[in-house]
Ligand binder design. Structure first.
Ligand SMILES: C[S@@+](CC[C@H](N)C(=O)[O-])C[C@H]1O[C@@H](n2cnc3c(N)ncnc32)[C@H](O)[C@@H]1O
Length: 269
């Protein structure tokens, strides 16, 4: 907000009502110059006029308050209900997924959203374990994964990828990101910038693919790009810099959760 020029206006979206409440308090000095919406940023084109924004920032993933509050169920380090919903108005929780989806579906999300090499094994282990008792808590699930894949001194908890995958599935994050990027582009004026901060490779891949498509000076029919069948088009966006911006050492020291962040910037033409 401090970066906004006098007379500038900020429109914020978050799926989490707690984040909206915190933002509204933090921004109280700027009353009249911002509006906050409790909703998915994929819906921003329904609220914001086409071609009206100077900049859009998508700061993806989960927030520190979500991770730190055990009752939100995002962290395997603290005991909480298997919830993981960013928007608590939504019906689907991680418990429903872990207890209700069949092993093949679970393995698919562990593989696709978590890049988990032991996806099928973990999914089978969960399906077997839940015949004895329903999974209710984060630590119950984390303990099972630890039993299936002991740490052997590794720094990373073996349930890290499973938890990431469940969170992405519960919140349908990949699809929200794809529609959010398209909506952001519609809302930008020409010369306006889209800034995206991602926290893992799957998110970053989606942003790079979106950028590749928008910056291409040709189009093609169907799924396969055959050079002879390309048709020239004017690109809709350009990369502001080729490589992703990484946090500095000093920033990571101050905020270790920034260590995996990557920032990419596109400009609308
Ligand atoms: C990394 S945190 C943002 C932290 C914030 N910039 C700050 O400095 O405190 C990501 C936030 O985005 C929200 N979020 C994630 N995906 C979203 C989506 N598709 N639509 C709206 N909000 C989303 C989460 O609920 C979370 O509060």
């Amino acid at each position: 907000m401090r970066a906004s020029a006098p007379g500038g206006r900020l429109i914020g979206f978050d799926r989490d009502a707690v984040a909206i409440e915190a933002a509204s308090k933090a921004l109280s000095d700027f009353a009249g110059r911002f509006e906050l919406h409790h909703g998915n940023f994929s819906e921003l084109a329904g609220t914001i006029e086409r071609g009206s924004c100077d900049g859009v920032l998508l700061d993806l993933g989960v927030s520190s308050p979500q991770l730190d509050q055990a009752e939100r169920g995002f962290s395997f380090q603290q005991q909480g209900p298997l919830d993981m919903r960013m928007d608590r108005r939504q019906a689907l929780t991680a418990a429903e997924l872990v207890n209700g989806w069949d092993a093949r579906e679970l393995a698919k999300i562990f593989r696709e959203f978590g890049d988990e090499p032991q996806a099928a094994r973990f999914a089978r282990g969960i399906a077997q374990e839940r015949t004895r008792a329903r999974f209710e808590t984060t630590t119950q699930l984390a303990r099972l994964i630890e039993r299936l894949a002991p740490r052997h001194g590794s720094k990373r908890h073996p349930a890290t990828r499973v938890f990431q995958a469940l969170r992405m599935a519960v919140n349908d994050e990949g699809r929200s990101l794809k529609s959010g990027l398209a909506a952001a582009c519609t809302c930008l004026r020409s010369g306006g910038r889209l800034v995206v901060i991602t926290f893992h490779s799957l998110e970053d891949r989606i942003v790079k693919e979106f950028g590749r498509e928008k910056t291409r000076d040709y189009t093609f029919e169907g799924d396969v790009d055959v050079p002879e069948l390309r048709r020239p088009v004017a690109p809709g966006m350009k990369w502001v810099q080729r490589k992703a911006v990484q946090p500095s050492e000093a920033e990571v020291k101050e905020n270790p959760r920034a260590r995996s962040a990557q920032l990419r910037v596109l400009e609308k033409i």
